[in-house]
Ligand binder design. Structure first.
Ligand code: SF4
Length: 324
């Protein structure tokens, strides 16, 4: 049977399980990236080795200077900014559209938020944390995509958001390849509960675009919808929006349930509100009732199954949310 899920295109730092290309000749095992390989098209890239710095190599540093941000190799005294930038330009040119990226944290090239940046290039003094040379340009070029580093993805909320976003964007990319008004209407309808949970006001704006009372041509409608989709998926879902959506979904099955069963579902939603149960526990319960009563509207909602079940996991480091 064909998978009901699209295969997202995701750029990945090559040292995260693909090659021993770190400056010290090491490779990093990453269970999440390993799991994703069966469900996504991963594109491993390594700006530092692809630009010819070699393996192993002396570490490079990102330096804030009067000439701007420079990449400097203290052990050799070489400045390698343009060498690295040429390779970065080629990677970005070769991959004009991706649904997401998973890059190595803290790297002077791949880091997204926590790379050390030094003042000047003599007597390197720590100045601040920020994006690496490649990571910063990935954030800029793919601003609407799901971009994370491997450390932040150890946080359950950020990982779920990444998965939901990357699979939703891949679904929309497939729709955009062969757009029709009917397919857009169906996309919006199937994502109704998910988008309600994410951002109610932008969901409503997206609904107006789909209704197309102004009779705009399809390319313009698709463009406007894409902009709203970016707003909807900008930040992880927040608990109040999720609770409203869960009660909305509950409304589709409650008439079939006895008093005790209803109370059981309500208690389960409240346990999620009190952070005693993960969201997946509640959506599974609602899905079980939807199956029992053949509630096809609910069963068609992406909210109940936003990404392949094999990628679901509950481990949570709790780290990373403070960075953005
Ligand atoms: S962090 Fe980026 S540049 Fe450094 S080894 Fe990994 S893929 Fe290569």
């Amino acid at each position: 049977m064909n998978s009901p899920f699209p295969r997202p295109r995701i750029l990945v730092s090559r040292c995260l399980g693909f090659a021993a290309c770190r400056y010290d000749g090491q490779i990093l095992k990453n269970g999440f990236v390993e799991q994703l390989q069966a469900h996504a098209d991963l594109v491993p890239v390594c700006p530092e080795t692809d630009c010819g710095l070699g393996i192993p190599r002396s570490p490079i540093r990102l330096c804030d200077t009067e000439q701007g941000l420079l990449v400097y190799q203290p052990a050799t005294g070489r400045e390698v900014t343009s060498q690295l930038q040429t390779t970065i330009d080629a990677i970005l040119r070769d991959h004009p559209q991706v649904d997401g990226a998973i890059l190595k944290s803290k790297s002077p090239s791949c880091g997204l938020f926590d790379t050390k940046i030094y003042q000047g290039r003599v007597d390197l003094q720590f100045l601040k944390k920020g994006a690496g040379l490649f990571g910063g340009q990935v954030l800029h070029q793919y601003a609407a995509s799901a971009i994370e580093d491997e450390m932040r993805l150890t946080n359950l909320i950020l990982r779920e958001h990444f998965l939901i976003k990357v699979f939703t964007l891949a679904r929309f990319r497939e729709l955009s390849d062969r757009p029709t008004m009917g397919a857009l209407v169906a996309f919006h309808a199937n994502h109704k509960l998910l988008f309600l949970a994410y951002n109610q006001s932008h969901f409503r704006l997206a609904g107006k675009i789909v209704a197309n009372h102004e009779q705009l041509p399809l390319p313009e409608v698709m463009h406007r919808y894409r902009v709203e989709l970016t707003h909807i998926l900008d930040k992880p879902m927040r608990t109040p929006g999720v609770i409203n959506t869960l009660f909305h979904a509950f409304g589709w099955i409650s008439e079939h349930l006895g008093a005790e069963e209803k109370q059981y579902v309500i208690n389960t939603i409240e346990e999620y509100r009190d952070e005693r149960l993960p969201l997946q526990a509640v959506t599974r319960l609602i899905e079980a009732h939807a199956l029992r009563f053949a509630q096809n509207y609910l069963l068609g909602q992406v909210f109940l199954r936003p990404y392949p079940r094999a990628l679901a996991g509950l481990h949570d480091s709790g780290r990373g949310r403070e960075v953005r």
